[in-house]
Write a protein that binds this ligand. Structure first.
Ligand SMILES: NC(=O)c1ccc[n+]([C@@H]2O[C@H](COP(=O)([O-])OP(=O)(O)OC[C@H]3O[C@@H](n4cnc5c(N)ncnc54)[C@H](OP(=O)(O)O)[C@@H]3O)[C@@H](O)[C@H]2O)c1
Length: 247
């Protein structure tokens, strides 16, 4: 079991990020937890530390490069290294293109895709200097399947998948020992569907998630598995769905 790894998680204030933070902290790792909602992060960090774990938080909007670079700086200043960087912050505002929600498309690409690329930029110099490290990039089933109303979201997640594979190959080429893992979940019971503004999609998602979604702890366990394999073994992708989910 990995102990004492320094682990950064973006989007740690709820859902998959929060569940993973709690699980990996309980294993003895040092957690650097980032998001925008300070009260949520304060509560999470205080719960982890009260249970004997080690966690700090950093306020960050991952669509801003300077914020993401600051997360890395705080991690190194506080703990001296970055062993795992989990690009998890994301949103899923589903709607059909004809509804013209262009500002939501912009935000989806800025947070889900560019936020992940900014994570690469922020953490790579430290990981290259250490000659070790691991990126865990949370994509989605929507990195593999596109469809009605999921266009911008799927585009962002296909993009995360594609960028992750390019990064994996670059790190092999440079012999850096840095590992890249994509985790692609199906329906997980989090706040994610609550932010769908399109009424038709919002109703559909409430029904679908209500009947199908599985707990965020299942994703957390996948991440735990991927970071605990020996250094010579790289788990490159985990796809997990509720057993009841068709696509
Ligand atoms: N739930 C699912 O069914 C599912 C399925 C596949 C993939 N995923 C992916 O899993 C990841 C986590 O989502 P979740 O399901 O756990 O949903 P969630 O509960 O809504 O969590 C999203 C997290 O992202 C953070 N976030 C959003 N915008 C941000 C920004 N600009 N800068 C920094 N943090 C930001 C939120 O924190 P703040 O609001 O405090 O900033 C929150 O902590 C996302 O990438 C999502 O696409 C989820």
């Amino acid at each position: 079991m990995a102990k004492d790894k320094v682990i950064v998680i973006t989007g740690a204030s709820s859902g998959i990020g929060e569940a993973t933070a709690k699980l990996l902290a309980s294993d003895g790792n040092k957690m650097v937890l980032a998001a925008r909602r300070e009260e949520k992060l304060q509560q999470l960090v205080s719960d982890i530390n009260a249970n004997g774990g080690t966690a700090i938080y950093v306020l960050a909007d991952v669509s801003k490069l300077e914020d993401v670079k600051n997360i890395a700086q705080v991690a190194v200043d506080e703990f001296g290294r970055i062993d795992v960087w989990m690009n998890n912050a994301g949103l899923m505002p589903l709607s059909e293109f004809s509804h013209g929600k262009v500002s939501e498309w912009d935000r989806t690409i800025d947070v889900n895709l560019k936020g992940t690329l900014y994570g690469f930029d922020a953490a790579l110099p430290q990981m290259r200097a250490q000659e070790s490290g691991q990126f865990v990039n949370i994509a989605s089933i929507s990195a593999h399947v596109s469809g009605v109303a999921s266009g911008p979201y799927a585009a962002s997640k296909f993009g995360v998948w594609a960028a992750s594979e390019a990064l994996r190959q670059e790190e092999v080429k440079s012999d850096s020992n840095i590992r890249v893992t994509v985790v692609s979940p199906g329906a997980i019971d989090t706040e994610l569907p609550q932010h769908v503004t399109d009424p038709e999609q919002s109703d559909a998602m409430k029904g679908f998630y209500g009947s199908t979604a599985i707990p965020a702890d299942e994703v957390a366990r996948s991440v735990q598995f991927a970071i605990n394999t020996p250094e010579n073994t790289s788990i490159n992708e985990i796809v997990l769905r509720p057993t009841k989910q068709f696509m």
